[in-house]
Design a protein around this ligand. Structure first.
Ligand code: KMH
Ligand code: ZN
Length: 280
């Protein structure tokens, strides 16, 4: 049976880097391992309990290098207490085979996007056979999948996935709505209400994030609905019009402040592990 978790808590996930922003355009973006560890430590101190990780190579370009991924997971485990989630989405240019190999780095959790979606001028490819292979791999390896939902139809794919392959390894069905991507669902209150209403009953927890200028409306709607929050420079580079984000911790601090006004305080890492049914 799942352990109980505090009802007035909130899971804050930080997504510090992503694959879309160039270091040259945003020097504050953590692209080296050292910068990532500092961002993760500061984010944990500010109230984050999980980190969603994309790594970069020596030229600050997105990478899925196996050794680098392993070293990153190890460094984050040694130097923070955060739940470490590796992105299997990578960048829109990463081949599917390489995205499956991400699990070899033995993260606590991996992202698992439930379908293909236009992504600006590009396509973020997640065909059904890839989704099922990644899901079965996560089940075999005991890695917690975080189901990423970019569009309403992807909720139906979660239904099909659970019906066909059964529940995730430890039973937690954790979803994250990524809203406001050009090509996906808009980052608006009505879109979040509709997507949330369509979730299967097996879902045990959910968070949401809005990219770009939708960050704040999505966060406020999520708090009103009792969901959890993902924030970070992967999704948001300005605090408000004309005010650049200086650090990931700044976005975590804002999320914690808003959650506090809604009567909720951040889960520490032990509580987050309870919520996500990960080993203590
Ligand atoms: N970079 C996007 C193409 C994920 O991390 O799983 C995909 C993405 C989702 O960021
Ligand atoms: Zn990502």
């Amino acid at each position: 049976d799942p352990r109980p978790v505090r009802a007035d808590g909130i899971l804050v996930t930080v997504a510090p880097t992503g694959a879309e922003t160039a270091k040259a355009d945003c020097p504050a973006l953590p692209t080296t391992l050292e910068e990532l560890v500092v961002a993760a430590q500061e984010s944990q101190a500010a109230g984050a309990a999980m980190v969603h990780v994309h790594i970069r190579d020596d030229d600050h370009a997105p990478s899925l290098d196996a050794t680098r991924l392993r070293d990153t997971v190890q460094a984050l485990h040694e130097q923070t207490d955060l739940v470490v989630q590796l992105s299997t989405g990578g960048s829109v240019h990463d081949p599917l085979e390489q995205r499956l190999k991400v699990l070899d780095a033995e993260p606590d959790s991996c992202s698992l996007t439930l379908g293909t979606v236009n992504f600006g001028d590009d396509v973020f490819l997640n065909p059904w056979p890839f989704v099922t292979e990644l899901y079965q791999l996560a089940q075999e390896r005991g890695v917690l999948p975080e189901f990423e939902i970019f569009d309403l139809g992807q909720v139906a794919t979660l239904r099909r996935l659970l019906d066909t392959y059964g529940p995730p390894p430890a039973g937690a069905v954790h979803c994250d709505f990524v809203m406001g991507v050009p090509g996906g669902m808009p980052g608006t209150a009505p879109a979040l209400v509709a997507a949330h209403a369509a979730l299967p009953p097996e879902v045990t927890s959910w968070s949401a994030t809005g990219v770009g200028r939708t960050a704040l409306p999505v966060a406020l709607t999520t708090l009103a609905m009792g969901g959890h929050l993902r924030v970070g420079m992967e999704d948001t580079l300005t605090l408000r019009r004309g005010v650049p984000v200086e650090s990931n911790a700044q976005l975590v601090e804002r999320a914690v402040r808003l959650a506090g006004e809604a009567g909720r305080t951040p889960y520490d890492v032990d509580e987050a592990r309870t919520l996500l049914r990960l080993p203590a």
